[in-house]
Structures are given as structure tokens and as C-alpha cells.
Design a protein around this ligand. Structure first.
Ligand SMILES: [Zn+2]
Length: 279
């Protein structure tokens, strides 16, 4: 498990991909967020992609005393570890390698990726993933970074997730994303029971059950009381990582404040259930 930070809370820079990582981290710092994760959209990947950008980011985090908890591998249609297109595959692997190296430089404990798995037969996708994951996990192990795969929102992806976890065993960790788990055919809370021994982090956001809206917990239809009870029950004591988007019309500062409030409420809910289990 990725070790909890002092506050137990992590906020993702994807709160607004139109604002630079620098400005977001400065705002986090001003608002009392001292632990962040970096989102996988191109505009934020740019903050660690080149050597120069990465050393600037390391310097910024040092000056703000900001801990980087984890890095998301690049996401988008040209990043797909299951792709049969050799160019896309090469680009994906390169992106994941760079993310692992960036994590090392930034002192981040984990790198998370999406296993896209839609277009080919399951065995073929898993074999493609397995071939490349072996090398990527070796690199991550050598650099002391945890490598984690995230659940994605559909049945094909859930099937691929179980298959990959079965093939890679304990060397690959699991990141449970509440927003993805709340969408149709996505496995929901049962993923937490089935993959509890591999769970190393959780990404929390809310939605309406239809689209991955990345709402602040409490603003959608999800039952976070039930989620915190489940996390307490399976013994998850790691960080709560908030992966939300700034609501339209709300300032970044206000969105960060609301994330902190929601995160603290979630932590105290989990603590309550954890204490209840001990009695
Ligand atoms: Zn996520």
C-alpha cells in the first residue's frame, strides 16, 4: 500500500487541465494541500515529460514542500497498451517508462495506468499487455516505484483487469477508481472485495451513474458512506486521493476548499467505521 501522508488526503492536478501544473500546485499550497498527484492529460504530462520540465517541477515541489503521491501515465487515444498498432504501442510504453522515471525523480511512490482493452479478443489483449508489463514492472521495481492498474468503466475492461491481475500476480497493484466503478457494467464495490489484497490506492470522485463526471464527492449519486464502510472493512488505511474536476463557474480556490472539506468528511467516516470494527 502507498503510505498515507500526514493529512491522509491527496488532490489530483486534473482538477483543471487548462491551468498549468505550476499554478495548480501553488494554489494547493496556499490552500493547505501538501500532497498531490499529477493527472494524465497531455497538458499536465508536459510538466514532467522533458528533462528540463521535470527538473523545474522537482524544484517547484521542493520550494512548496509539496509531496507528489503518484503520477498518472499519459491517457488519450494514442496511448493504449493493448494496441495492435506498433507506433501507438511504442508511444504508450515510452510514456509509461517516462512516468516511472519521473516518479523516481519526484519521490512519488506510485505510477498508475489505464489498461485499454476494447478492440481485440481478450486473450490477445492480455498477452499484449503482459508482454510489455513485464518489462515495465521490472523497471518500476528497480526504481522502487509501485505500478498500479486502474479499473475502467465497462465489462470488457473489467474482464481484462481480472485477467491482467491474475497473470501479473502480486507485482502489479490495483487502484480502485470510484467514478469508473459507478458506471454501468463496471463491477462496482465488488472489485474491492475481489482485489483487496492488491489494492494500493483509491481515486475518489462522484458522478450520476451514467458518465464519468469527476464531481466532488457528495455532488453526484454515489453512496460514499457505503464506500467508506467498505474501505474500512477490507482494511484500506491508505490515502484518499480526490480526482475531481473544477465545476464550471467555480474558482479553483473554491474547488480546492470543497475537495478538502469532502476529503476530511470521508476520512472521518472511514475512521468511524474502522474504530467500530475494532470494538
Ligand atoms: Zn482514476
Amino acid at each position: 500500500m502507498v503510505q498515507p501522508t500526514e493529512s491522509g488526503l491527496v488532490v489530483n492536478t486534473g482538477i483543471d487541465y487548462d491551468i498549468s501544473v505550476r499554478e495548480i500546485l501553488e494554489t494547493f499550497h496556499e490552500q493547505g494541500v501538501n500532497c498531490a498527484s499529477i493527472g494524465g492529460q497531455p497538458s499536465h504530462v508536459a510538466s514532467w515529460w522533458s528533462d528540463d520540465a521535470l527538473s523545474d517541477l522537482v524544484e517547484l515541489c521542493d520550494s512548496l514542500r509539496m509531496t507528489i503521491h503518484s503520477i498518472h501515465c499519459p491517457i488519450g487515444t494514442d496511448h493504449n497498451l493493448c494496441s495492435v498498432d506498433p507506433q501507438i504501442l511504442a508511444k504508450t510504453v515510452k510514456g509509461m517508462e517516462r512516468a516511472i522515471r519521473a516518479a523516481t525523480e519526484l519521490g512519488a511512490e506510485a505510477v498508475v495506468f489505464h489498461a485499454y482493452a476494447l478492440q481485440d479478443p481478450l486473450f490477445q489483449r492480455v498477452r499484449t499487455i503482459e508482454t510489455h508489463l513485464e518489462e515495465l514492472i521490472l523497471l518500476a521495481e528497480a526504481l522502487n516505484v509501485q505500478f498500479a492498474v486502474e479499473n475502467l468503466p465497462n465489462e470488457g475492461c473489467v474482464g481484462a483487469l481480472y485477467a491482467i491481475m491474475a497473470v501479473m500476480g502480486d507485482r502489479l497493484k490495483f487502484c480502485w477508481d470510484s467514478g469508473h466503478a459507478n458506471l454501468p457494467g463496471s463491477g462496482g464495490l465488488s472489485l474491492l472485495d475481489c482485489l483487496r489484497d492488491s489494492l494500493c490506492m483509491v481515486h475518489l470522485s462522484d458522478n450520476d451513474g451514467q458518465t464519468d463526471q469527476h464531481l466532488i464527492p457528495g455532488m453526484g449519486s454515489m453512496d460514499f458512506d457505503k464506500i467508506m464502510k467498505k474501505l474500512a472493512k477490507i482494511g484500506y488505511r491508505g490515502c484518499i486521493l480526490l480526482e475531481t474536476k473544477r465545476p464550471r463557474g467555480m474558482t479553483l480556490v473554491r474547488a480546492v476548499k470543497l475537495n478538502l472539506e469532502a476529503g476530511r468528511t470521508l476520512l472521518s467516516l472511514r475512521e468511524g467505521y474502522t474504530m467500530g470494527l475494532g470494538q
